[in-house]
Design a protein around this ligand. Sequence first.
Ligand code: OGA
Ligand code: MN
Length: 292
Amino acid sequence: MTLQVKQVHKHFVGEASGVDLSKPLDAGTIKAVNDAMDKYAVLVFRDQPLTQTQQLELAKSFGPLDMGLKKLKKQPDRLEHAELADISNVADAGGTVARDSRKIVSNIANQLWHSDSSFQQPAARYSMLAAVQVPSSGGDTEFADLRAAYDALPDETKQEIEGLEAEHYALHSRFLLGDTEYTDEQKAALPPVWWPLVRTHPGSGRKLLFAGIHARAIKGWTVAEGRMLLMDLLEHATQPEFVYIHKWRPNDLVIWDNRSTLHRGRRFDLSQPRELRRATTLDVDGREQAAA
Ligand code: OGA
Ligand code: MN
């Protein structure tokens, strides 16, 4: 079997089949997935039960792995591999964690539109999220197409934002949520970085609007004016027309390209377990695109 993809949204997102992700992928399949990612930006694979090790091996075949916020060492690891992110409200001893647990802040920060690890260089390229358990309602994940969002900007806005640079900071979203208890050491571990607001995706050659909640300032602008522009652009990019809503089933594996999409989780009943696991690759080539 070879990779087959059916587009499920006007602008992006493919439902993929024909590949068993639990087995090592050959070079041809890896290329086919990369080509499909360049085109669809999000690929949804159904019915792919993966062990933690299989998920990690899958991610490794697409590049070096990203550790993201794990640098802060805020939570002990529940999973078998340090490189896997525990995207869940599940307690170490089973059951769900308390509402005021730090783990819930991470869950909720994921409910703000973002591109994984855009607060570091290199940032994330592919995120691969596997569903283990899902709540009976809510807890969808939404994706926004930043290429379609760029294309739809008025020419005047395109000209205004060309060449602008945005500062991305890991703790900006946490501060917004009232989570401010970080040591100087933790703050120093994740210094802010700059990215152009308009970027060109190397695989597709398409321009895109690199917005998201980690962006907190525009170079050379006042904080207030910069933040307002960033909020306007984020609102533009996340209009329903550019958004795909993923309704999770256990054993789904969704891969998204953090260079060309934003995503966010949606609210759900925190007393119900929602358990996903993420492996993420680093966008090592994207460093050259970083703003100085
Ligand atoms: C992530 C993330 C959103 C969700 O895993 O990077 O943002 O719906 N997840 O859990
Ligand atoms: Mn995320």
